[in-house]
Write a protein that binds this ligand. Structure first.
Ligand code: NAD
Ligand code: DAU
Length: 334
């Protein structure tokens, strides 16, 4: 089976490549990645001789068409993925998340290729902290940021290409991932690498915002479950019942690294900051039989801290530039 993995040099895509090579000997992987600031060639270095890496833009229709002509399955991870960046400049988000997805859909339509679309729970907007409900496959779309709006639009393109053109596609919307190879602009690796660099962790606003954490391996196993057993045209939510507020996550990282649990700064809040995400993944569990395996968030965090401690060459070159970028907008507040 020839599989094209878009965005395979990014966080979730690189983990998907490693996990697929470890568990599916019949799969040949072609990674298509633009190698933006979010990609890291080192993430694929250990498997460089077992995959094809094509450096290119998913919005390049001629390139995508030629690759799709020789592909059985496209798993589409490539995206501009960081909310804060989308607030600073949404341009690349519209290009990659909307125009890029359109280009892939046209290619899989032309060549009759199976397509799986990776999306996010952020398409549903946010929940109140005390809301007993969680997101399900029937929750109305209500995205808040330019990032989540472009992801929502890309999901709707997929649905239209299924209905109008018979494209063989499935969609998954997952909650917040953590684990190895995540860019240090994101919350958990930013705070871990702050502590490892002697910088105080930074908590946006009041810190009560809740995210529903899932280990990246659980996400990628769910993606293969949907590819293997999902119904064409359907959407599946992926989540592992991992709700935690941001302050608790920072305090746990500080505790696990032997620091005082109050050794962090409150900083200016993210504009339009979504309050809470929570996924009900009953459909995926009951219809397709998926179960998360990495259920102990504290152990998962400890393992992730170890990964960043043991892989400083992977993230050290990015640290100063990442923090300098945050420093242009972020102010410590009392
Ligand atoms: P990431 O930012 O770590 O990686 C994105 C990758 O896409 C990078 O390698 C980048 O170079 C590549 N890319 C960007 N623009 C491209 C283009 N025009 N053409 C080709 N490649 C391009 O992102 P991630 O966190 O690994 O997220 C992967 C996918 O999962 C995204 O679609 C995201 O919306 C979705 N998702 C992420 C999370 C999460 O918690 N990180 C949760 C749910 C869904
Ligand atoms: O829910 C899925 C989404 O999760 C994905 O679609 C996105 O691609 C992914 O980036 C993530 O979005 P978030 O905005 O939730 O993730 P982020 O890591 O940027 O922030 C997580 C929470 O932590 C959020 O409430 C903002 C807060 N935060 C973030 C940073 C970077 C802080 O308090 N301090 C920080 O320094």
């Amino acid at each position: 089976m020839r599989v094209m993995v878009t965005g395979g040099a990014g966080f979730i895509g690189a983990n998907f490549v490693h996990r697929t090579l470890a568990t599916r000997p019949d799969v040949h992987i072609v990674v298509l990645d633009k190698m933006t600031y979010a990609a890291n060639a080192q993430s694929l270095a250990p498997v460089a001789d077992r995959i094809e890496l094509v450096e290119g833009d998913i919005a390049d229709t001629a390139l995508v068409d030629s690759l799709a002509a020789n592909t059985d399955l496209v798993v589409h991870f490539a995206a501009e993925s960081h909310n804060d960046n989308s607030l600073a400049d949404p341009t690349s988000f519209v290009h990659t998340n909307l125009v890029g997805t359109f280009s892939l859909l046209e290619a899989v339509r032309t060549h009759g290729v199976r397509y799986h679309h990776i999306s996010t729970d952020e398409v549903y907007g946010d929940l109140e902290l005390d809301d007993p409900d969680r997101f399900t496959e029937t929750t109305a779309y209500n995205p808040s940021s330019p990032y989540s709006a472009t992801k929502a639009g890309s999901d709707l393109l997929v649905r239209a290409w299924v209905r109008s053109f018979g494209v063989q596609a499935t969609i998954s919307n997952c909650s917040n991932n953590y684990g190895p190879y995540q860019h240090i602009e994101k919350f958990i690796p930013r705070q871990i690498t702050n502590v490892l660099s002697g910088i105080r962790p930074k908590l946006y606003g009041h810190g009560k915002n809740v995210r529903d954490w899932i280990h990246v391996h659980d996400h990628n196993d769910a993606v293969w479950t949907i590819i293997d057993k999902g119904q064409i045209g359907e959407t599946y939510l992926i989540g592992a019942d991992g709700e935690a507020d941001n302050r608790t996550v920072i305090e746990t990282i500080l505790e696990l690294t032997g620091q005082p649990t109050d050794a962090f700064d409150f900083v200016t809040d993210r504009p339009g900051h979504d309050l809470r995400y929570a996924i009900d993944s009953t459909r995926l569990r009951t219809e397709l039989g998926w179960q998360p395996q990495f259920l102990d968030f504290r152990t998962g965090l400890a393992d992730t801290i170890d990964w960043y401690r043991n892989n400083q060459n992977w993230w050290q070159p990015l640290k100063a530039a990442t923090e300098n970028k945050y420093a242009t907008t972020e102010k410590v507040v009392e």
